[in-house]
Ligand binder design. Structure first.
Ligand SMILES: NC(=O)c1ccc[n+]([C@@H]2O[C@H](COP(=O)([O-])OP(=O)(O)OC[C@H]3O[C@@H](n4cnc5c(N)ncnc54)[C@H](OP(=O)(O)O)[C@@H]3O)[C@@H](O)[C@H]2O)c1
Length: 324
C-alpha cells in the first residue's frame, strides 16, 4: 500500500538504500560530533573510503581514541579539533583553525546534535538544543563557506531528522520562556530551523559548485538523549534501543550523499537515509525560512559579516537571490 506523500517517511527507511563504491581519496572532510553514534560511523566510512578527516568534537579524550582507531582504517590523516558547540565562540575558533590549516575543504558534515527532555539555556541565553543543533551548525557552515566555494565542487551535509515533523518552532519564543518546554518539540524546532536554512543556502549557492542537502540518518541506536535523567535513560535502554537500528546504516547513507557521483550537483534536498523525501509542510515555508535566516545571522553575529561579504564583488554568493 502506498502511503500519502506526507506519511511516506514511515516506509522510506524500510526501503533498499543506495550505496556507492566511489572512493574519496585526497578529499578533505570535516565531521562534527564524531565521538559517538552517527558521527562516528560517518567518520569511519569516510576513512575507509580514503578521505582525510577533520573531526570537530567537544571531548578530546574520546576524540583521540576515535582518531587512533580511524587511522587504522584508511591511508589518510585524521585531525582533531576541540570545540563545545554550545558556545558559539568555540565554533568560531574551530572554524578559524580549520581555515588557517586547510587550503582545501571538500565536504562538511554537520552532525553534532542532542535532545533534552528539559529546558536548558546556553551561556548566551539561547535554548541549548536550538543552539547546538541549528545555530552552531549554521555559524560553522557560514564561516567555512568561502573555503568550500574556493574548493568547489564541494558538498555540505546537514544531519537533520524526521524529528523536524514534531514542529515547535516559534520565532517569538525561541528560548521557550513563554511555553512549557517539551523535548520532542524543542528538538523539532531546531531541526525545522535547520531545514529552512538549507533551502535558503541552496538557493544562495547556485552556480558556486557547492551543494547542501539534509539527511535523516535512520532511527538508530546511539547515545542521543542519554544526557537526560535516569528515568529517561532507563526508558531509552529498555524500550527504544531494542527497536532501533545499528548506526552503521547512517554512516553508509551519509557516505552516499558525500561521495556518490550521481549526487554531484544535487542540492536543496531532504533525504531519509538515501531516499529523497518531502519534509513536513511547516519546514517548506520559505517566508518563515527567510526570517529564520535573518534571526540566525543576528544571534550568531553573522549579520555584519554578511554585509562585508556582500560589499565584496568577489564574494556575491550570500546576497538574497530575490534582492540580486
Ligand atoms: N539516533 C537517531 O536515531 C537519530 C535520528 C535522527 C537524527 N539524528 C541526528 O544524528 C546526529 C548525531 O546524533 P546521534 O544519534 O549519533 O547521537 P550521539 O551518539 O549522542 O552523538 C552526538 C554527537 O554530538 C556531540 N555533541 C553533543 N553536544 C555537543 C556539544 N555541545 N558540542 C560539541 N559536540 C556535541 C556528541 O559529543 P560527546 O561524545 O562529547 O557527547 C557526539 O559526538 C544528531 O544531529 C541527531 O539529531 C539521530
Amino acid at each position: 500500500m502506498k502511503l500519502p506523500e506526507e506519511l511516506q517517511f514511515i516506509q522510506n527507511d524500510r526501503m533498499v538504500q543506495k550505496t556507492t563504491d566511489a572512493r574519496m581519496d585526497g578529499c578533505v572532510c570535516v565531521v562534527t560530533g564524531a565521538t559517538s553514534g552517527v558521527g562516528y560511523q560517518v567518520a569511519k566510512r569516510l576513512a575507509l573510503g580514503g578521505a582525510s578527516l577533520i573531526l570537530v568534537c567537544r571531548n578530546l579524550e574520546k576524540a583521540m581514541t576515535v582518531k587512533a582507531e580511524l587511522e587504522k582504517y584508511g591511508p589518510a590523516e585524521v585531525e582533531v579539533i576541540q570545540a563545545d558547540f554550545s558556545r558559539l565562540e568555540e565554533v568560531r575558533q574551530a572554524a578559524e583553525v580549520i581555515l588557517a590549516r586547510h587550503p582545501r575543504l571538500d565536504v562538511l558534515i554537520n552532525n553534532t546534535g542532542l535532545h533534552n527532555t528539559h529546558r536548558v539555556l546556553a551561556e548566551n541565553g539561547m535554548e541549548m538544543v536550538f543552539q547546538v543543533n541549528h545555530l552552531a551548525a549554521f555559524l560553522f557552515t557560514r564561516l567555512l563557506l568561502p573555503r568550500l566555494i574556493e574548493s568547489a565542487p564541494a558538498r555540505i551535509i546537514q544531519v537533520n531528522s524526521e524529528g523536524h515533523r514534531f514542529g515547535g518552532l516559534d520565532l517569538n519564543d525561541l528560548d521557550w520562556s513563554r511555553r512549557r518546554y517539551r523535548g520532542l518539540q524543542g528538538y523539532g524546532a531546531s531541526k525545522t530551523a535547520q531545514l529552512l536554512t538549507v533551502w535558503e543556502l541552496a538557493d544562495r549557492l547556485k552556480g558556486t559548485g557547492v551543494t547542501i542537502n539534509a539527511i535523516h540518518p535512520g532511527n538508530v541506536r546511539t547515545m542521543i538523549g542519554m544526557n537526560n535523567g535516569s528515568l529517561y535513560q532507563w526508558y531509552q535502554r529498555t524500550f527504544l534501543w531494542p527497536i532501533l537500528k545499528d548506526p552503521v546504516i547512517s554512516g553508509e547513507s551519509v557516505y552516499y550523499l558525500a561521495a556518490a557521483p550521481e549526487m554531484a550537483g544535487v542540492s536543496g534536498k531532504f533525504y531519509n537515509l538515501t531516499i529523497e523525501e518531502k519534509p513536513a509542510k511547516h519546514a517548506l515555508d520559505r517566508d518563515l525560512g527567510k526570517r529564520v535566516w535573518e534571526i540566525s545571522e543576528q544571534v550568531t553575529g553573522l549579520a555584519s559579516h554578511t554585509e562585508k561579504m556582500e560589499a565584496d564583488p568577489n564574494f556575491p554568493y550570500l546576497t538574497n537571490p530575490e534582492q540580486a
